[in-house]
Design a protein around this ligand. Structure first.
Ligand code: ADP
Ligand code: MG
Length: 318
């Protein structure tokens, strides 16, 4: 879908912001770019919609070089969400959402229908919100508009550059959940920049950790937790060992209820790092104690709990 082949970016100042990047982002994937400040995340993102022109190499979208696309066509078909809420202050919410559909000359009824549909999708009542100005919305609501505006003309790809990092923790959680829900429904290809590992672990199908313009590790949230390639990754994730107990990850089931008999089963005393490895192959694992299944561990849930745990600075043992 999006392919970087030996891509480098050198700014006129001489800085190589990105060095020989090889990367393939799949269709429908939620792909997270993470790394410390200055590691080249924004540069990588902006090369996709040519807000920054690459210096060396190629970027392909759907098998076509980005330099061969008409630049407007390219930009209109790629949604873009920034950290700074970039809504037009003098325009209503509906007008803000409609910017790209207007550019694409959609007819009025189609645009109005789309605006209402999108507002409903993120739990904002169109009747109440469509005619408001951005200043009449909270920060979290404004950023929600930023997200749906990027979706308005139904682009295949959405680029997001630290979209939630200016929000309070509560709004941030809420928008992350909304975005996951949207992604489940719409199956867009999302490239999402963050410097927050907890956010990356929660959202990403795959995560790419960058440092000094180069890739350190690409893999699933699991691979980052269970198999960091070096100390830099380990430090970025927190650590790979958890003093967390298996029973903190379990969703209880009452006897005989709701899981398939061929579900992989482990005992309650299984070490957590062993569990992490198993979760690589199994989406769900049943946990038994004294020969009885007491609960289910679900992959996504487990990763979420562990990443929250890391964020709280949970006690780690080697
Ligand atoms: P990140 O988004 O990971 O914080 P950036 O991609 O913004 O990193 O920047 C990567 C490197 O490129 C940094 O060293 C930054 O100073 C440099 N850089 C970014 N934009 C420019 C620019 N317009 N001119 C010169 N150097 C830049
Ligand atoms: Mg950046």
């Amino acid at each position: 879908m999006i392919r970087f082949e030996q891509v480098s970016k050198q700014f006129p100042s001489g800085t190589f912001a990105v060095k020989s990047l090889d990367l393939e982002i799949k269709k429908g994937e939620f792909f997270v770019l993470i790394g410390p400040s200055g590691s080249g995340k924004t540069t990588t993102l902006k090369m996709i919609n040519r807000l920054i022109e690459l210096s060396i190499g190629w970027v392909w979208i759907n098998g076509k070089k980005i330099s061969d696309y008409d630049i407007n066509e390219l930009r209109w078909n790629i949604g873009y969400v920034l950290q700074q809420i970039a809504l037009f202050p003098h325009m209503t919410i509906a007008e803000n959402i409609a910017v790209v559909p207007e550019l694409k000359n959609w007819d009025k009824d189609k645009i109005a229908g789309r605006v209402d549909e999108l507002l409903n999708m993120v739990g904002l009542d169109p009747i109440e919100y469509r005619n408001r100005k951005p200043s009449e919305l909270s920060g979290g609501q404004q950023q929600r508009i930023g997200v749906i505006r990027a979706l308005a003309a139904d682009p295949e790809i959405i680029l997001m550059d630290e979209p939630f990092s200016a929000l309070d923790p509560f709004s941030r959680e809420k928008l992350q959940d909304d975005l996951l829900e949207i992604q489940r429904k719409l199956k867009k290809t999302i490239v999402f920049v963050t410097h927050d590992m907890q956010e990356a672990l929660k959202l990403g199908d795959r995560i790419c950790l960058m440092k000094d313009g180069e890739i350190v590790q690409v893999g699933s949230p699991h691979e980052f937790l269970s198999n960091p390639v070096n100390d830099f990754v380990r430090e970025f994730v927190g650590s790979r060992k958890f003093s967390i107990q298996l029973n903190e990850l379990i969703t209880p089931v009452s006897a005989g209820e709701g899981f398939l008999s061929d579900t992989k089963t482990i005992s309650l005393s299984t070490p957590v790092d062993e569990l992490l490895e198993l979760l690589e192959s199994f989406e769900q694992i049943a946990v038994e104690e004294n020969g009885e299944v007491i609960g289910i561990i679900n992959r996504q849930n487990a990763v979420k709990v562990m990443s929250q745990y890391l964020r709280k600075g949970g006690q780690i043992h080697e």
